[in-house]
Ligand binder design. Structure first.
Ligand code: UD1
Ligand code: UDP
Length: 372
């Protein structure tokens, strides 16, 4: 019998954990693999929320998060920390996801040891190295190193081929975020108590249309965040809407939002939601205002229009499908586009289609077959 192939998944932030857990579940079920997990702890609270619901107990936890960490200190610690784990485990493959500092350092540490790297969610490109920052460069570095590229869509695969990545190493698998969303939705159906904690807010805002908000991008710190906060303040003047905003734990986000939005009666600034409760928020929202990558991918599955508060997106598929729209971070534009969706039923109906260009929920199994 061929020995099981040792796969080390390396991840560390909330979105990586959400998009990696379906693959870890699939690897754990499959005897062709010996699955090992290393979390960097780049995020602490927000990572642990996902590990708990997904039932993942990592083999290694580097616990690297520091308050308001700098990119250079974080990256240096990631590289040496992950390197030590690789020396100890000597996996056959390292798998990283997306575009974070953890994913980039994981790929680089593997490359320094000549361990092949597989990249989940490969090929996303905005074409601008400052938007999203530093993620666009992280993705390019991982793309240069990876021996296997799991592109979520044909558009992403084509971007890699344009960069002369060998076509036979690029596979369109869909995005594992759809697997994750389907898994969590089924869990909530089986166990509704997993998503009940929003009930008091739902009662408080009964009769109003809910707008779900998230925001955290580094390139939006400063003026961008101010614009987003101002838009929320103005939208809150409408008495037919309420905004529910689970605020990212990054202090640069929390300070602006708390300073500008605390005390508004129809804005709920709440702690980051665990994944079942965030799925519930998506479900009860009329639309989402967000600068998140993952939320752009999830919301179309539930037929929720997404207004993307960024200047560029590396996820053009949602825009092309008509379910998302780029609105930037200027308060006037955000308010005008939101008002349009709230007041013009035709404009709303055109965007509120349950159609997802990002995957079919079977990505993790496809990736397993390719790794085998
Ligand atoms: C990181 C990723 C970004 C991803 C985002 C998802 C990088 C460079 N950035 O950005 O690509 O879109 O995660 O959320 O990899 N913090 C906590 N607890 C947590 C998480 C964060 O307190 O659970 C605070 C800490 O003070 C930390 C700070 O947030 O230092 C920033 O975290 P960091 O991972 O460096 O950057 P993000 O902005 O979260
Ligand atoms: N999410 C969550 N709780 C929240 C906000 C977001 O579970 O309070 C989930 C969301 O469903 C998505 C992911 O976190 O899967 C997105 O993470 P984030 O926006 O932090 O990062 P990005 O996707 O922009 O890299």
């Amino acid at each position: 019998m061929t020995p099981a192939r040792k796969i080390l998944t390396v991840f560390g932030t909330r979105p990586e954990a959400i998009k990696m857990f379906p693959l870890i579940h699939a690897l754990d079920r499959d005897d062709r693999f010996a699955s090992r997990t290393c979390v960097s702890g780049q995020h602490r609270g927000m990572l642990d929320q996902v590990l708990e619901i997904a039932g993942i107990l990592p083999h290694y936890d580097l616990d690297l998060m520091r308050p308001d960490q700098t990119l250079d200190a974080l990256t240096a610690n990631l590289l040496t920390g992950i390197g030590r784990v690789l020396d100890q485990e000597q996996p056959d493959w390292v798998v990283v996801q997306g575009d974070t500092a953890t994913a980039m350092a994981g790929a680089l540490a593997a490359y320094y040891r000549k361990i092949p790297v597989a990249h989940v969610e490969a090929g996303l490109r905005s074409g601008n190295i400052h938007h999203p920052w530093p993620e666009e460069v992280n993705r390019k570095i991982i793309g240069t190193i990876a021996a296997l590229h799991f592109a979520p869509t044909e558009t992403a695969a084509a971007a890699l081929r344009r960069e002369n990545v060998a076509a036979e190493t690029v596979h369109v698998t869909g995005n594992t975020v759809i697997d994750a969303l389907q898994w969590i939705t089924a869990r909530i159906e089986a166990e509704p108590r997993l998503a009940r904690d929003l009930a008091p807010l739902e009662a408080r805002f009964a009769g109003k249309r809910i707008i779900g908000v998230t925001s955290h991008r580094r390139e939006n710190f400063g003026g961008g965040m101010e614009g987003i906060a101002e838009a929320i303040r103005r939208l809150a003047a409408r008495d037919d809407v309420a905004l529910i905003f689970p605020v990212h734990l990054n202090p640069n986000v929390r300070k602006v939002m708390n300073d500008r939005l605390a005390g508004l009666s129809n804005v709920a600034l709440i702690e980051p939601l665990d994944y079942p409760h965030f799925a519930r928020l998506l479900d009860i929202s009329t639309l989402m205002l967000t600068d998140s990558g993952g939320v752009q991918e999830e919301a179309p599955s539930l037929g929720k229009p997404v207004l993307v508060m960024r200047e560029t997106t590396e996820r053009p598929e949602g825009i092309d499908a008509g379910t998302a729209r780029l609105v930037g971070t200027d308060a006037d534009t955000i308010v005008a586009e939101t008002d349009r969706l709230l007041d013009d039923p035709e404009a709303y109906a055109a965007m509120a289609q349950a159609h997802n260009p990002f995957g079919d929920g079977k990505s993790a199994n496809k990736i397993c077959e390719l790794l085998a």
